[in-house]
Ligand binder design. Structure first.
Ligand SMILES: [Zn+2]
Ligand SMILES: [Zn+2]
Length: 307
């Protein structure tokens, strides 16, 4: 199976610090890039991470708080300057279409490449692209906010050479057809089903991006059985009251979601700039869900194929 990696471009909340930019997470599958949120400074982080904006096919916006969206015009304007020509889709809350209309009307950004804007609602909650889909669902924040679940398509099972030889299938194009799930007919008239020479289907990898939110059932659904759950942890336990009041989560709450969802790994992000020492925040989460990591800007995580 091909490479899938996640690069954290911005991991602070509300305002940037010297070491943390504003929310943005890039996911790269076979050279194609999906971006979750686009805080101010994201395009510079692309450069620092060695990522090319021209790879961007899909931008998922969680909500309209400025820390999550103020990098959009800059990033897309640079793509214009770079003569980007391939289609890009942006999906996010209702209001996204008028946001782009205003950017255009004021002359801030006029796309010179095909740009599709998809507003999420009760019906529109999913986008399919080559090799994957992204599903969105409403989470619980102080304004309309969406969480996302990236699902790689499942892959056909491994080709069993011994089985193919035993069935007398001649080596060559028929192997490829069976590998692609096609039924083939041999010269002697026998019909071979792909299942006779292929192992069990291999499940695709799953990455969930859940910010900003209170811990909620939607977060659980989005993170169900995920290889990687990226969940906000704006605060440690010492600020649990503020977390509830401001509709955010503590690291402990995020860890409970990861544990209940059966996620394989949890990465905490959207950290309050007030914390210079994250020892408590990470320690508290690991008490609940040991495979927890705190995101850092420009850190990359490779997600290995499921076997
Ligand atoms: Zn935020
Ligand atoms: Zn917010």
């Amino acid at each position: 199976m091909s490479g899938l990696r996640v690069v954290f471009l911005g991991t602070s909340s509300a305002k940037p610090t010297l070491s943390r930019g504003l929310p943005a997470v890039a996911l790269i599958l076979d050279g194609v890039l999906v971006l979750f949120d686009c805080g101010e400074g994201t395009q510079l982080q692309f450069t620092r991470a060695g990522l090319r904006p021209s790879r961007l096919v899909l931008l998922c916006i969680s909500h309209f708080h400025g820390d999550h969206i103020n990098g959009i015009p800059g990033l897309l304007s640079t793509m214009n300057l770079d003569q980007h020509a391939d289609p890009v889709t942006v999906m996010g809350p209702v209001g996204l279409k008028s946001y782009f209309r205003e950017l255009r009307r004021l002359g801030i950004f006029q796309p010179r490449f095909p740009l599709t804007v998809l507003e999420l609602d009760n019906k529109e909650r999913e986008i399919r692209m080559d090799g994957f889909r992204v599903v969105a669902d409403r989470v619980e924040h102080s304004l309309e906010t969406w969480g996302f679940r990236f699902e790689e398509d499942s892959k056909p099972g491994r080709f069993n050479l011994d089985a193919a030889r035993a069935l007398g299938i001649p080596m060559g194009p028929l192997y490829g057809q069976l590998q692609h799930g096609e039924i083939v007919t041999l010269e002697d008239g026998r019909v071979i089903q792909p299942g006779e020479v292929l192992g069990a289907q291999r499940a695709g990898r799953v990455v969930a991006y859940v910010t900003d939110t209170r811990p909620c059932e939607t977060a659980l659904r989005l993170g169900q059985d995920a290889d990687l759950l990226i969940h906000e942890a704006t605060y440690a336990r010492d600020m649990a009251d503020q977390a509830a009041e401001r509709r955010h989560s503590t690291s402990t709450e995020a860890a409970h979601i990861a544990a209940r969802a059966g996620a394989r790994k949890l990465v905490l992000t959207h950290l309050s700039p007030k914390y210079t020492d994250l020892t408590a925040l990470i320690g508290e989460a690991r008490e609940v869900f040991p495979n927890t990591q705190v995101a850092k800007d420009l850190v990359e995580i490779e997600i290995l194929p499921r076997e």
